[in-house]
Write a protein that binds this ligand. Structure first.
Ligand code: ASP
Ligand code: MG
Length: 441
């Protein structure tokens, strides 16, 4: 079985839904099809929520009218038959009367906001499955709220999903296509919740892992993960193959195509992830799997908004437990550290969340000397096959970077990553220089 996920732009127009219907029925593989909300819907629902939080009910009702009009016209173009149109209208009317009912609950809390934002995926999946029914495609809708759950730390409970799907799926053995919602889930209180923005990719990977799918396919509107940022660098190209480690680093360090958590469940169960383009289905896209070709440099990504902290020990040489004390403070303030460089008496780290920087600095100052932090930094992450036996990796990177000041270097943390910290003003220069130095033919 395969799990195929389509993002908001892939379902955002009636004609796009028509083409994904053709895609998913184009071969004999059984599929779980995970859908996002129609493009723009999640933002529109959140905006309605903002109006309700501000007690601006008139504005909220106007926003609901506009969104409903969008769905009314969407379904009138999507379905061909009178029965299809009536079924679609019924779905839209039901969901919008629920949305309307949320405006009458006072006060409007986070619980209601989560129910509201879940409507995007509840609408897209019902509308799409009703369309498959109109077309005579054997399909069913499997409610994600019955098998996706997060724990008290907002972590998905994959074992629960595994167990629930093992119970639910056999009831639909006669169905070729099983449609479900991305993004939404329940929390430990049984309330409607979600996996955070962009979370539909994560849903697809969790399902793919839970059922040990043969393959997870993430369909978007670009032709795979590129070797560099196409907004900044000319002549980028899709990377054909990446390992799970390489893809995880790239997703985390700025390649926008994939939700960063997506790789984890797929890697855990060894399920390959293929990134495909709905606009160009024949293009090979990017395959993420355990092994890949031995190509040395695969891709470069950049993450902005980084702050570097410089920490010097007051206790000097051979002190042990120093790093532990430092990291306990970051842990206490729930601030992840991205990059790290150490010398015998000093440690430099980078963080991207500066909310608690004041408290962190105060506590560090009780046993360390701190330099002024550097703000506006960018991590440039280079991924590839940098196994310890490969010579010449660092020299090629540094040659490419020879005219750009580098503030920190991290190499050897994994065999697939080399990270550099530069001031953000050098980002475009660095990405272009690396493109020329590492990828030009
Ligand atoms: N609809 C949700 C969002 O816009 C989830 C997703 O599209 O992945 O964030
Ligand atoms: Mg997305």
């Amino acid at each position: 079985m395969h799990v195929w996920k389509f993002g908001g732009t892939s379902v955002g127009k009636p004609e796009r839904m028509h083409s994904i219907r053709n895609l998913i029925t184009g071969d004999d593989t059984r599929k779980i099809v995970v859908l996002s909300a129609l493009s723009g819907s999640t933002n529109a629902l959140l905006a309605i929520g903002e109006s309700l939080k501000a007690n601006n009910d008139d504005e909220a009702n106007r926003q609901i009218d506009t969104l409903k009009a969008h769905y009314d016209s969407f379904i009138s173009d999507l379905y061909k038959t009178a029965e299809g149109k009536a079924a679609g209208q019924q779905i839209v009317d039901n969901e919008f009367s629920f949305i309307r009912s949320l405006t009458r609950i006072k006060p409007f809390t986070l619980k209601q906001e989560k129910e509201l934002v879940a409507e995007g995926e509840l609408l897209s999946t019902q509308i799409f499955q009703a369309y498959l029914a109109e077309e005579g495609v054997p399909s069913t809708l499997l409610p994600a709220l019955e098998f996706m759950r997060i724990d008290a730390d907002n972590e998905p409970e994959i074992q629960y999903t595994e167990q629930r799907l093992a119970e639910m799926l056999p009831q639909h053995d006669d169905k070729q296509i099983i449609v479900t919602q991305g993004f939404i889930c329940r929390n430990p209180r049984g309330e409607v919740d979600n996996l955070k923005r962009g979370g539909s990719d994560y849903t697809a990977s969790l399902i793919g892992g839970a059922i040990r799918a043969e393959e997870i396919q993430i369909w978007t509107d670009i032709d795979g993960m590129h070797n560099n940022d196409p907004r900044i660098v000319k002549n980028t190209f899709p990377v054909r193959e990446l390992t799970f480690d390489e893809a995880a680093e790239l997703a985390y360090f700025g390649a926008k195509i994939l939700h960063p958590s997506t790789i984890t469940p797929a890697r855990m169960f060894g399920v390959p992830v293929r990134l495909k383009n709905t606009m160009d289905p024949a293009a090979p896209g990017t395959l993420i799997a355990d092994r890949t070709s031995d190509q040395v440099f695969k891709a470069v990504a950049a993450k902005d908004g980084i702050t570097a902290l410089y920490i010097h020990s007051t206790r000097m040489l051979n002190a042990y437990g120093f790093l532990r004390r430092i990291f306990e403070i970051f842990e206490k303030y729930k601030t992840p550290v991205d990059m790290l460089a150490t010398s015998e008496v000093s440690v430099s780290v980078t963080i991207d969340n500066t909310e608690r920087i004041q408290e962190i600095s105060e506590e560090l100052s009780t046993f360390c000397n701190l330099e002024e932090p550097d703000y506006d930094q960018t991590i440039i992450c280079i991924v590839g096959n940098f196994s310890a036996d490969n010579e010449g990796v660092a020299v090629r990177v540094f040659n490419a970077m020879k005219n750009i000041p580098i503030r920190m270097i991290s190499y050897g943390g994994t065999e697939s990553n080399l990270s550099l910290l530069v001031h953000s003003r050098y980002k475009a220069h660095a990405l272009n220089a690396l493109n020329d130095g590492l990828f030009s033919l």
